[in-house]
Design a protein around this ligand. Structure first.
Ligand code: URA
Length: 279
């Protein structure tokens, strides 16, 4: 995209817009080897070679931050040997080359962040920062409390036990239940493997929250740019809600209370009876 030279030079952090104009007027600026001494001159900072006093300008690409509601059937890689659809295919009219912050499985949907700011992405993904990720999981059949408890306390996976999680029942369906699982680790296929370990078959998996950011009303396949405040809050704000700072047993108690308030279709007595029968 063509931009005024003085804007490009000041954006590169060399000097102010006013002083950049002086550099241009003094013939100290070239674009692709040609001296540009007029103030209206424009260039494309991503493709043109711009020099100031003979030194090439290192142009910083504009940093962008995107929240996408990923549909299933897309992969979070930048290319695929099997020719599957890429999440970046959904970012129409985004000229910058962005990449996903972490990954979601081909069959997982929901909140995915994409950026060209490597430092920000690394900060979010670093295990030390323990950014919470919340998933809604539709599981086949009905859940028993013991399964929720085991997932909340930690599951022994190949590479070690998972950290305490917040796991609660969010919807008591006729045939299938929905649970919410909040974790702060980022292991490969973690939620699916935690469910498998307690014999829960995952029908649908959707990430609905990443740190303080929720998917909100963004429709599947749509994206929006983050506000500056959201970008800052993710790396500078509190990373955990009160939930994952509690012990697994406290979490579990909290989960039950929450669910008791939300329960619509089945009384707690009948659920307990069902659980007893199933276990
Ligand atoms: N956990 C999973 O199992 N899959 C995902 O895509 C994300 C978290």
């Amino acid at each position: 995209m063509l931009e005024r030279l003085q804007k490009i030079i000041s954006a590169a952090g060399i000097t102010s817009r006013r002083a950049s104009e002086e550099l241009i007027l003094n013939g100290q600026v070239t674009v692709n080897g040609v001296v540009m001494s007029e103030l209206g001159s424009k260039a494309d900072p991503t493709t043109d070679v711009i020099t100031v006093n003979g030194k090439q300008l290192q142009v910083c690409e504009k940093q962008i931050y995107i929240l996408l509601n990923k549909p299933t059937g897309y992969i979070t890689a930048l290319k695929d040997s099997q020719g599957r659809q890429l999440v970046t295919d959904l970012l129409k009219d985004v000229p910058e080359r962005v990449y996903p912050v972490g990954r979601l499985d081909y069959n997982t949907e929901g909140l995915l962040l994409l950026t060209n700011d490597g430092e920000w992405a690394n900060c979010l993904m670093h295990p030390r920062h323990e950014v919470e990720k919340e998933y809604h999981v539709r599981v086949r059949g009905k859940i028993v409390d013991q399964q929720l408890k085991r997932m909340a306390e930690g599951i022994e996976l190949e590479e070690g036990i998972t950290a305490p999680a917040v796991v609660r029942l969010v919807k008591d369906g006729e045939q299938n239940d929905w649970i919410s699982v909040t974790i702060h680790e980022g292991r490969n296929r973690q939620v699916r493997r935690m469910c498998e370990a307690v014999s829960l078959s995952v029908v649908r998996l959707k990430r609905i929250r990443y740190g303080a950011l929720s998917i909100g009303t963004l429709r599947t396949g749509q994206f929006r740019y983050l506000t500056e405040a959201e970008v800052r809050e993710l790396t500078d704000g509190p990373r955990k809600t009160a939930s994952t700072t509690k012990s697994a047993s406290e979490n579990k108690v909290r989960s039950r209370e929450n669910h008791a308030q939300k329960r619509v279709s089945q009384s707690s007595t009948s659920r307990k009876e069902n659980n007893t029968k199933r276990s």
